[in-house]
Design a protein around this ligand. Structure first.
Ligand code: UD1
Length: 372
């Protein structure tokens, strides 16, 4: 029996890698890896395959960028062909990107069972593209694999059949724990002239933050303030780079020599950087979780998070996008008054094993022990 995994955008790769490995090790299931091509730059895609030990995709759809409708529709047309040519027993999707929802729609229209890894997260911002992708994907999924108990509660509140919900833990943290030792050996800090815990890391890529030049300028002003206290390394997402150069916002970098833009980094390089940071400022979802798993202070530059456990239990604070509030929160952390946190339940490096066992038992291929 065949499982088809769908990947497309950067945050998918570190979620699928441990699942792929666990299925290969623990089950007789055949696996096919399909890359939609939503992300295509080597630094947004290829490097992750190498860093995570993911095999090259069996099928690459080469979809690329476009409006949401164009991108999602093109993916759907091509995915339908793949599912008809290689009929799977199960399609597995991860996260909340356009590749996720495109595959979910095609899978359910073909009456193929669908599993969603990282189900149940909700920001309750109805217009956020990822929120739409989450709602649709969860509604269509037969197996809802959740990273935290709050996700179970969200699904139950929406009337989801409880027998479909399985709390398995956080697969992205599986990748993090499996990779830390390798990352620690890289000379990233040395190459950038940084000392451990003597610098901050910033990432920004949410359309709601970066597409509006005024808002982005405000965020950069707050980050430039942080850079008056310690070096800030800022790997710049292609979407953000475009706005910065089109709107002349590079002046922030000229004024703040300690605010250092760099190209997007590979998985291991970036892990080496974040794991030794004194502070992370971000609007990423995954990074809120990774910093919580590592106990690194994180300031989330958004008004809400779909990952509240990182605030309730972890080292994350949601501080919004007001530059004054961000500066004050960063000063607090740098003055040693940041919050402490703990690692949430089942963020233990074994979520993918639980998922592999669930898939095996769902597909009746083997009497696998279900630990979730
Ligand atoms: C996508 C996801 C977002 C995720 C992010 C991680 C959706 C709706 N959004 O956002 O949830 O957090 O990935 O990175 O799926 N571009 C390149 N090279 C690439 C890919 C994109 O230059 O390899 C540029 C293109 O100009 C493109 C723009 O980035 O138009 C946006 O790419 P897109 O995949 O549409 O969304 P992201 O902002 O990357």
């Amino acid at each position: 029996k065949k499982v088809i995994h769908i990947v497309g955008a950067r945050p998918n790769f570190m979620k699928v890698a441990p699942i792929y490995r666990a299925i290969a090790e623990r089950t007789p299931l055949e696996q096919i890896l399909v890359h939609t091509g939503q992300h295509y730059d080597a630094k947004m895609s290829d490097v992750f395959f190498a860093d995570l030990g993911l095999p090259a995709p069996d099928v690459h759809l080469g979809i690329g960028s476009g409006s949401h409708a164009q991108q999602t529709a093109r993916m759907m047309v091509e995915l339908e062909k793949v599912f008809l040519a290689h009929p799977p027993a199960l399609v597995s999707v991860v996260g909340d990107v356009n590749s996720t929802v495109a595959a979910a729609l095609v899978t359910s229209k073909l009456s193929i069972p669908l599993a969603h890894v990282e189900a149940g997260l909700r920001s309750y911002s109805p217009h956020q593209p990822e929120e739409i992708n989450r709602l649709v994907t969860d509604r269509l999924s037969d197996l809802l694999l959740t990273p935290s108990r709050d996700a179970d509660a969200n699904l139950l509140k929406e009337g989801t059949d409880p027998t479909r919900i399985h709390f398995v833990g956080n697969v992205m943290i599986d990748s993090l724990f499996a990779s830390r030792e390798k990352a620690d050996k890289l000379p990233v800090l040395k190459d950038l002239g940084l000392i451990p815990h003597g610098y901050a890391v910033c990432t920004l890529h949410r359309p709601s933050n970066v597409d509006d030049p005024k808002l982005l300028g405000g965020l950069l002003s707050a980050v430039a303030h942080v850079a008056t206290r310690l070096p800030v390394i800022f790997p710049v997402h292609p979407r953000t780079r475009k706005v910065i150069s089109e709107q002349g916002l590079d002046s922030w970098f000229a004024q703040s020599p300690n605010l250092r833009p760099v190209d997007p980094m590979g998985y291991l390089e970036f892990l080496a950087l974040t794991s030794k940071a004194r502070l992370v400022l971000t609007d990423s979802g995954g990074l809120q979780e990774e910093t919580t798993a590592m106990g690194i202070p994180c300031l989330t530059l958004r008004e809400q998070t779909e990952r509240p456990i990182t605030v309730e239990e972890g080292s994350n604070e949601v501080v919004g996008t007001d530059p004054v509030r961000i500066r004050m929160a960063a000063d607090r952390v740098l003055n040693g008054e940041g919050k402490q946190g703990r690692v949430p339940e089942f963020w233990d490096g074994r979520a993918a094993e639980r998922i592999a066992d669930l898939f095996a038992s769902f597909l009746g291929v083997e009497d696998a022990p279900i630990q979730a």
